[in-house]
Ligand binder design. Structure first.
Ligand SMILES: Cc1cc2nc3c(=O)[nH]c(=O)nc-3n(C[C@H](O)[C@H](O)[C@H](O)COP(=O)(O)O)c2cc1C
Length: 380
């Protein structure tokens, strides 16, 4: 088994056991969606169905299990179970980085098992940006997509993780050009995603203007990969090779900030909100802030590992039901109507957004409405 493959196993063990989430929050707690006690709709009127990244596929709820694993025979069952759960619930599923199977095609089944378990729902392929800096291009991107019959390809950004991983690949030169080539060449959409430290508006704007239309902001406030790598290094050597100090808790762009910046930078883009989304209120707040859907990784994996498939299903179903009730209690029949629900943005989130040049009152009162009109006129 190669180095990439055995690292995948170690990561699963680490995140199952250790505290790997940031101390810093998503800042989603500073969003209040205004409750409407007279919604004039029935709970049954709420329709959670949604499209995905400009593809023709429909989801039954605006939720995704974001990419985590594959690449080692012992983790194939995780992809199978989570993908079949996504199929059953009609939500999207992402596999983890397929680098291991590009290096060793004998591992391809640990990813393709996801498509076998989820023949009809959205399944998303995954490659890392550092590999694009070191030779991967359109050919490898096509292989990743074909390997699992993917509906989209996620390219993940993780400079912090690479900088703190013992055997990391902190190579990012030339990545933008490769992403543009891949987005131009593939028949399926490219999603540029972070892995827990968020994407600022400047980067979203650059990519959006270069032809990338889908983003997963994966912001600060949930799983933190600097922390995972520092803990892993400590476990292996007694002390981390590269201590990160406060970076492992506080470095990055919080999820709530990233959502607003992404929506402003890519008004017609498809925005997945992830990084610290833990319940339906987080998901509802993310969508009310301007995201199209919410993504969850760590809690679903932990639920599966500790309580099996039923436990993972209970978690996802409770997130979906909470989201449904939020739509009901705001009089929103459809997911996108949440962009019209009044919200209050206060405290640190307001301060952060203002210092990033966002006129918060304009955004909450008009900006989201304009984005919605833009969306209706020019779909992703
Ligand atoms: C065990 C594990 C493995 C992951 N592996 C990948 C990966 O291979 N590719 C990727 O794009 N993101 C990967 N991620 C990042 C997640 O997709 C997600 O962006 C991040 O964990 C933040 O979401 P969370 O706070 O809900 O966990 C991984 C996350 C976990 C927990």
């Amino acid at each position: 088994m190669g180095e990439t493959s055995s690292r995948k196993m170690e990561h699963i063990r680490m995140v199952a056991e250790a505290g790997v989430e940031s101390r810093e929050s998503t800042l989603l707690e500073y969003v209040r969606i205004v409750h409407n006690p007279l919604p004039e709709i029935d709970l049954d009127d709420v329709d959670l169905t949604t499209s995905f990244c400009g593809t023709s596929k429909k989801l039954r709820a605006p939720l995704m299990i974001t990419g985590m694993t594959g690449g080692h025979p012992d983790v194939a069952w995780i992809n199978r179970e989570l993908a079949s759960l996504a199929e059953e619930m009609g939500i999207a599923f992402g596999v983890g980085s397929q680098r291991a199977a590009i290096e060793d095609p004998g591992l391809a089944h640990t990813f393709s098992i996801a498509r076998e378990a989820a023949p009809s729902t959205v399944v998303v392929a995954n490659l890392g940006a550092p590999q694009l800096s070191r030779g991967y291009g359109v050919r490898e991107a096509r292989r990743a997509v074909e390997m699992i019959g993917a509906d989209a390809l996620a390219i993940h950004l993780n400079p912090g993780q690479e900088a703190y991983q013992d055997e990391g690949d902190p190579y990012y030169s030339g990545v933008l050009e490769r992403i543009i080539e891949i987005a131009d060449s593939l028949d399926v959409p490219v999603i540029v995603k972070e892995t827990g430290t968020g994407i600022p508006g400047e980067v979203i704007r650059l990519l959006y203007r270069s032809g990338v239309k889908c983003f997963d902001v994966s912001g600060l406030g949930g799983t933190n990969w600097i922390k995972v790598e520092v803990l892993r290094s400590k476990k292996r050597h007694g002390a981390p090779l590269r201590p990160a100090g406060p970076l492992s808790d506080y470095w990055g762009n919080p999820t709530a900030v990233s959502i607003v910046e992404a929506r402003l930078a890519a008004p017609g883009g498809y925005i997945i909100a992830s990084g610290g989304v833990r319940n339906g209120l987080d998901a509802g707040r993310s969508i009310a802030l301007g995201a199209d859907m919410a993504g969850v990784a760590l809690p679903v994996l932990r639920a599966l590992l500790s309580g099996g498939r039923n436990s993972a299903r209970r978690l996802l179903e409770s997130i979906a039901y909470q989201l449904r009730t939020i739509l009901f209690m705001t009089g929103s029949k459809r997911v996108e109507d949440l962009w019209l629900a009044p919200i209050v943005v206060h405290g640190r989130l307001r301060g952060e957004l203002e210092s990033r040049g966002v006129d918060v009152d304009w955004y909450t009162l008009r900006g989201r409405v304009e984005a919605l009109l833009w969306r209706r006129r020019y779909s992703t």
